[in-house]
Design a protein around this ligand. Structure first.
Ligand SMILES: *[C@@H]1O[C@H](CO)[C@@H](O)[C@H](O)[C@H]1NC(C)=O
Length: 445
């Protein structure tokens, strides 16, 4: 997985490091004060350690008595210091315990509330092998007030509260036509184009394609016209949020996708996010232990890392749950503040665990079968060259690994729908390099 190391995570981490250094400095100050106060309140009389010892110790420094006597005094002095430093560390421990308690009290309140919402009552764990954690989170209560007009459209278009959604502007008109033509061929009624400009809205209406054109007054939509691809990819997550708030599960789809079967027959619906992968075999798609060998470390020369190829943020099924909506918010928020690729941000938010200075998302996720929900690397690099595999019919093909998208989409249709056995042959495995940034292709890929 590609990992970016800059951004707010590191900044937050820096801040918290600075913060904790200040806290340590304050704690040391308090402790010094405590120690002085301790010495003064007790004066030089009585207490845990012997005043004689203390004075004797000082005397020892001045008067060099017999070796036997002085070593006795040194021992007394040692025990006196030991006692002080024990007090000292006791106080230190109390301060840090109090701080911890305060932090936990705040967290516990928060956690308890959330746990109660999610789990209701407490259950005992069942016998060995019978317990299962929660991965299918409860759906939110639909809130029509968020967008009554969209709610009306979805009532008509969705089937069992789920539908395919694609965003499109006129730059991708030709691909959009291949996209909905194949959805219609498969016989799917529950799909919707979110038109980002009038041309696409008119085009969809003329082709009898369900379309939703957003109200231009709605604040976030101004970016659709004026914003770069950056802003538009952030917009995708903002718009999706409303679908989830209205209580619908969305199969978000880029337009460079050819539908060959009904995808809703191949979903598990058990996770917050169920996504197609950019992986190309069992290991890269589903995860593996990538071992780094550092011979200089001898006995511990093998270092284990968990690796998985990124999820494709251009084709995923998302259920209307709190973690799902939190994911969309976190991605949209970061895209509005950082110059980042939406797919990288999407994966980072889904993957990284909580750690100091960072609360992870912890949404449940499922990787789609990479043969059923196939990317164009698998198709052009592996499948078309394998006489057995090429008989297999995927559910969708996403032309995400290539730049000559439209001709490859048409070739896919020729190969799988029109039975032209040689339709895929003219294309090389990969696309020639073009100096495009990932952002330039993020709307359509
Ligand atoms: C990949 O995984 C599937 C099941 O997840 C299994 O049936 C198949 O044999 C595996 N393929 C290889 C090459 O290991």
């Amino acid at each position: 997985m590609t990992v970016r190391s800059d951004g707010p995570l590191m900044r937050n981490y820096g801040q918290s490091m600075r913060g904790s250094r200040i806290a340590v400095a304050i704690a040391i100050g308090i402790l010094l004060g405590c120690v002085c106060a301790f010495l003064f309140t007790h004066g030089f009389f009585g207490s845990d350690f012997s005043i004689q010892g203390h004075r004797a110790g000082i005397d020892t420094l001045k008067v060099d008595s017999s070796p036997c006597e002085s070593s006795e005094r040194i021992n007394m002095l040692k025990s006196a210091f030991l006692s002080v430093s024990q007090k000292n560390s006791k106080l230190k421990k109390q301060v840090s315990e109090l701080t911890e308690k305060l932090r936990f009290a705040e967290q516990a309140k928060d956690h308890a509330e959330k746990q109660f919402e999610v789990l209701g009552e407490k259950h005992k764990a069942g016998p060995f092998g019978t317990v299962k954690g929660l991965r299918t989170n409860p759906t939110v209560a639909p809130d029509e007030s968020v967008n009554p007009r969209l709610a009306k459209i979805l009532e008509k278009v969705a089937v069992q509260r789920e539908l395919i959604v694609a965003l499109a502007n006129s730059n991708v008109k030709d691909m959009l036509e291949v996209w909905f033509t194949n959805i219609k061929r498969v016989g799917l009624p529950n799909y919707l184009v979110v038109a980002l400009d009038d041309e696409i809205a008119h085009f969809c209406n003329s082709k009898d394609v369900p379309v939703y054109k957003r109200d231009p007054d709605e604040g976030i939509d101004s970016v659709a016209k004026t914003g770069g691809n950056h802003a538009v990819s952030g917009l995708k997550f903002r718009i999706l949020r409303e679908f989830l708030q209205l209580g619908y599960s969305v199969l978000l789809s880029d337009v460079d996708i050819v539908y060959l079967q009904n995808p809703f027959n191949h979903l598990y619906r058990d996770s917050d996010v169920e996504s197609m992968t950019d992986g190309h075999d069992n290991m890269t798609a589903y995860g593996y232990d990538d071992v780094l060998d550092e011979p200089a470390m001898g006995w511990a020369r093998y270092e284990h890392t968990m690796r998985i190829w990124v999820y494709n943020s251009g084709f995923f099924y998302i259920r209307p749950t709190i973690p799902s909506i939190e994911l969309l918010d976190r991605v949209a928020d970061r895209l509005s503040r950082e110059k980042a690729w939406d797919q990288a941000v999407f994966n980072e938010e889904l993957s990284f665990p909580s750690h100091p200075g960072y609360d992870g998302l912890h949404a449940s996720r499922r990787t789609m079968d990479f043969y059923l929900f196939m990317n164009s690397k698998v198709l052009f690099k592996t499948l078309r060259k394998d006489s057995e595999l090429s008989k297999f019919k995927p559910v969708i093909i996403h032309v995400n690994y290539h730049l000559d998208k439209l001709p490859r989409m048409k070739a896919v249709v020729d190969f799988y729908v029109n039975g032209k056995q040689d339709a895929l042959n003219p294309f090389p495995d990969g696309s020639d390099w073009l100096p495009l940034t990932p952002q330039d292709t993020s709307v359509v890929s």
